[in-house]
Every structure is written in C-alpha cells, then in structure tokens.
Design a protein around this ligand. Structure first.
Ligand SMILES: [Zn+2]
Length: 139
C-alpha cells in the first residue's frame, strides 16, 4: 500500500511506512476509494413514514348521504368523517383510520336505507297496479 506521507510503496500488511515511519491507514488507500453516496430512489421517499398520512375522511360522501339519503345516519357519518383529519394531524393514526372506517360504514348504512325505502315504494306501486289490473280497474 502507498504511504500517505511520502508516497513510498509498502507491504499490504505493514502498519508503519518503511521509509518515513508514518502510520499507514488502510482505508485511505487510493486503490479502495470510499463508495460514493448513492442517490435516493423515489421508492425510498414514498416508503419513508409520513407524519400526516393521507387517510380518507369520506367528508364529501357523508355530506351527500346526509342531504340525499338518510339524515340521522348521515349525521353519524359526518361526525366520524370530521374527526378523521384532526386525529391524523395530532398523530393518532390508528384513531383516524378507525374514524375513517366508521364514516365509510355509516355512509353505506345511509345509502342502503335509501335504497330499501325506494325499493319498498316501488314494490307498493307495482302491487297496487297489479291489484287494479286483477280487479278490472284498467278496463
Ligand atoms: Zn512514508
């Protein structure tokens, strides 16, 4: 290996230079340069933990089902969805995910209630039309 002080060539296992007696440092050998820092890939950036994780709050869906579907269930969904952002910002990611799941569930309950309501009315209308036809109401 090459001496850093005087440039003299020494044995690979020598701890001191035979020419100037300076301590030989193996890592400073020019034949083994320090590895250059690798540029970070985009995947490493996305894999890094994000303090404010993007958790869906279903706020738009909750407002829609409150307006157009079932008001009491929609209000429950709204209460959960409005608490998602506050919980995720305060670091309570588990609570934010739970509130997000509850908001989604209540949106589904509200929509299902509306569909059942519409279906019930449709069945009643069809039934009354059938009854009218059977009793000669259309003749
Ligand atoms: Zn030397």
């Amino acid at each position: 290996m090459i001496c850093q002080q005087c440039g003299a060539a020494n044995a690979e296992d020598a701890s001191r230079c035979a020419n100037c007696l300076a301590a030989l440092v193996k890592s400073a050998s020019p034949s083994a340069p320090a590895p250059a820092p690798q540029p970070r890939t985009p995947a490493e950036y996305t894999a890094a933990p994000v303090p404010n994780a993007n958790i869906r709050n279903y706020l738009a869906e909750s407002i829609l089902v409150t307006l157009f579907c079932c008001l009491p269930f929609g209000i429950v969904a709204l209460a959960y969805s409005s608490s998602v952002n506050g919980k995720s910002q305060s670091g309570d990611l588990a609570g934010a995910r739970e509130a997000s799941a509850m908001a989604r569930a209540w949106c589904f309950v509200s929509m299902a209630t509306l569909l059942l309501f519409i279906g019930r009315i449709a069945v009643q209308v069809m039934f009354s039309m059938l009854m009218a036809a059977a009793t000669g109401g259309f003749r």
